[in-house]
Design a protein around this ligand. Sequence first.
Ligand code: CA
Length: 228
Amino acid sequence: MKKVLVLEDETSIRSFVVINLKRSGYDPVEAGTGAEALKQMELNPDIKVALLDIMLPDMDGFEVCRQIRATNSKIGIIMLTARTQEMDKVTGLMTGADDYVTKPFSPAELTARIDALYRRVGGGDEVPSDEVVHGPFRLNLRNRTLEKNGERVRLTQVEYAIIKLFMENPGRALSREDILNSVWGRDYFGEVKIVDVNIRRLRIKIEDDPTNPTYINTVWGYGYKWGF
Ligand code: CA
C-alpha cells in the first residue's frame, strides 16, 4: 500500500484528507501532533509522502519537516499552509519540503500533488520513469505517445506537448501565455487564441464528453488546469 503520513491537528480537516486519500488508493497514517508524526515515521519506515500542517499544538510543522529530513532524504514532503500570508514563511523555511498546498484546497488538487510527488520519490516502482501516469492516461515520454485506458490517442506534436505540460503540472492553473511560451516558444508571434483552438481539439480527443470537460478544466479569464 502507498502510505502517506497526514499530520493535521484539526480533526475535521484530517478526516477530510484521509477519506479522500483512501478514495485515491492511498493508505493514510494519521497524526495530530508533531510528536505523534515523528513516532509514526519510526513505526512506518515505508511512508513515502508526508503531509505536514504548520500550526500544531506541540511544535511547528517546519520543525517536524526538519526532523524527518534529518534522517530521511528520500521522502516527499508537502506542507499544508493555512493562509497565503504564510507563503513567505513557506518559501523561507521550505528547505526540507518539496511542495505546499494552501488551505482551503480541493481533494483533486491535493491528490494530484501527492500523485506527482509519489511518482518523483519512486513510490510507483512499477512505473518506468519515462512514463507519466495519471488516472486513465499514460504518457510515454520516449515514444511521445498517449494512451487512455490502454487505447492509443493520436496526437499532433503540439497536442502532445500540451498534454505533457499538463500532466507534469497536475492541479496547477496554467495561463494561456504559460502554455504558449512552453509549447510554441517565447519567439512565437502568433495569438494566444491558438492555445484555445488546440485545447478544443484535444478535448475532443481525450475527454469523455468534450462539451463537459473534466480533464482539461477551464480557469475562467486565465487559462487551463489539468486535474480530476
Ligand atoms: Ca493546525
